[in-house]
Design a protein around this ligand. Structure first.
Ligand SMILES: [Fe+2]
Ligand SMILES: [Fe+2]
Length: 278
């Protein structure tokens, strides 16, 4: 989808505000903006009436005014609504929740984007591993946004083939690096936002160098390729087209996600019961 670049830059505090932000913050601002614009556009499409776009705090406000906020920008979308409104009671989850239940009942802010990404990967004839990685690549941002590639890979690692968690972990770093062999250009918008001399932070560069030489390089690369162009307000995708791929590659625990005693069960329980302290 097209982003109003001028309005977006202004929302980041103009050139001055953008200059104050580090690269990760700028990229996260862009992704967050695209997700929120997509969610608003789909809400309007479903209701059939024009609604004012949902407004979220911008990353510039967070960068420039960190101490003016009662929370940090890395906290997940379900934990602190960016609308400024109070949180809503969440619908109850089944006793043995499946991945599809999480999509329907918990991934409110990220589902549209990842479903569109997976849909595009499927249309582009990607492998089932890449399609699954696209489907899962950003949902951890419901609870945590810092280093979301690493958090996301950890959340899914016990249940998916290693290639899939590899793709999820490293898509975060590859979005900064062009690869003309697959038609992935360094995004023009990034050039405008970051400046022509922009250099990603050392850990992202080191990760890129490692992944570039890895035999599975193409797995996260294809997530980045299908991620970037996955924002289309005219496409509403459900989880159903992916049921077979999930069935073949996602080891759904019979006790339900969060009840299986895995090393990440607590992360799933956090998504089930985010209102439960301690
Ligand atoms: Fe991402
Ligand atoms: Fe994404």
């Amino acid at each position: 989808m097209d982003i109003d670049r001028k309005a977006f830059l202004e929302s980041l505090g103009g050139a001055e505000g953008v200059a104050r932000m580090d690269s990760e913050a700028r990229a996260d601002a862009l992704e967050s903006r695209m997700m929120s614009e997509l969610n608003s556009a789909i809400a309007v499409k479903k209701s059939g009436e024009a609604k004012p776009a949902k407004t979220y705090p911008t990353a510039a406000e967070v960068e420039a005014q960190i101490e003016s906020r009662p929370y940090r920008a890395g906290v997940g979308f379900m934990m602190v609504p960016r609308s400024g409104e109070n949180v809503k009671k969440l619908p109850p989850m089944p006793a043995n929740p499946t991945l599809a239940d999480f999509f329907k009942l918990r991934f409110a802010d990220t589902a549209n984007h990842v479903l569109q990404s997976a849909n595009l990967a499927m249309k582009n004839g990607m492998s089932e591993e890449v399609i699954l990685a696209c489907l899962l690549h950003d949902v951890v941002q419901e609870i945590m946004r810092t280093d979301h590639g690493w958090w996301g890979a950890q959340l899914f690692e016990p249940y998916v083939p290693e290639k899939v968690s590899f793709a999820i972990r490293y898509h975060q770093a590859l979005r900064y690096y062009a690869d003309p062999s697959v038609g992935y250009e360094y995004p023009e918008l990034y050039r405008e936002l970051f400046g022509a001399d922009y250099v990603p932070p050392p850990y992202i560069q080191a990760t890129y160098e490692m992944v570039r030489k890895h035999r599975w390089y193409m797995e996260p690369r294809m997530v980045a390729v299908n991620d970037l162009y996955a924002f289309d307000p005219n496409v509403v995708v459900t989880i159903e087209p992916f049921t077979d791929i999930i069935g073949r590659h996602f080891k759904q625990p019979k006790e339900g996600l969060g009840n299986d005693g895995s090393s990440v069960a607590h992360m799933w329980r956090t998504i089930v019961r985010p209102d439960q302290p301690l």
